[in-house]
Ligand binder design. Sequence first.
Ligand code: KG4
Ligand code: ZN
Length: 354
Amino acid sequence: MAEKKTTHKSNKEKAVLVLGIESSCDETAASVVSNNFEILSNVIGSQFEYHKPYGGVVPELAARAHAQTIDVIVSRAITDAGISYQDLDAVAATGGPGLIGGVLVGSTFGKTLALVNKLPFLAINHLEGHALTARLTDRLDFPYLLLLVSGGHSQLLIVKGVGNYRLLGNTLDDAVGEAFDKIANLLNLEMPGGPNLEKLALCGDSTKYLLPKPLHGRPGCDFSFSGLKTAVRYKMDQLGNISSSDKADIAASFQKTVCDVLVDRCANAIKIFQEEFGTNQSFVVAGGVAANKSIRAALESLSEQQGIKFIAPPISLCTDNAAMIAWAGIERFSKGFFDNLDFMPKPRWPLDNI
Ligand code: KG4
Ligand code: ZN
């Protein structure tokens, strides 16, 4: 176990400092976080401009862009934190799941820094980064119920501890973020699809189009979004020439339907969770889609009805960032869950199997 070091902030106060690196999709990010729940730096380089002409993330371009910028982003994170590499206690990098080219760039960079600076290396499951963020922002105790909604995942999990997850429900087809991105594409919105669809929905009538709500009212906690996406496509074909106000109505109706589906599935999960763990617990939403204000509001009102405390981390910590990777590093560091430098990045890495 590495010896604890002193932060730049105070000579008396000892803190564990972990550098986190995130590169699993189209953000190159680095951050330094302390075990005092402090984010000392949080640098994010977006690749939107690279991928915009293609209407989606191109894996090969993403990997190249990570390789081009990662050194600058990591140095910025160290400088912004006001520390040097010698002040770090460990280096944590996303080890999967994600686009493998990017994960290879970030994790190899992290391993190299760990080797050169004689620091422990921590390979972080990206989903665990999202899952543990609420412990950084809200100092939450285990266990809690988690709705994890991102570009690649839609899951309901019970978070029992670091590396200890029980899956209650999963998507049977598309992830909810993927559905947002695909509908945004159909509506000819620019990247990033999800946030732009949310903006457009603000000017639309959410009751204008009645769309199917897959699995709504059924027992269990699974999700399905591909039928909803197809229904939107048929509706658009049917309408033919679509005005900008039609587009806003479609965006608003789609978003409202997603909210209804999420609320229905989460209501089942809350019941299951409360039966086992009682009512004095929390329900957390995490992942990029948790940045959506309508979804946050719908889940908050469900939580009020069901008598469970609702926690949604700040929007900047819901979408991909490296502070969540550094924090998961702090959590794993405190448990002594280190990884060897021969860790192989994993394109697929289920959270209930780490
Ligand atoms: O967690 P994240 O940043 O990356 C992954 O791990 O996938 O999530 C990205 C996903 C994308 O599908 C994006 O469109 C969606 O989250 N997203 C949103 C919003 N912000 C990001 N979806 C709906 N509303 C938003 N405001
Ligand atoms: Zn993510």
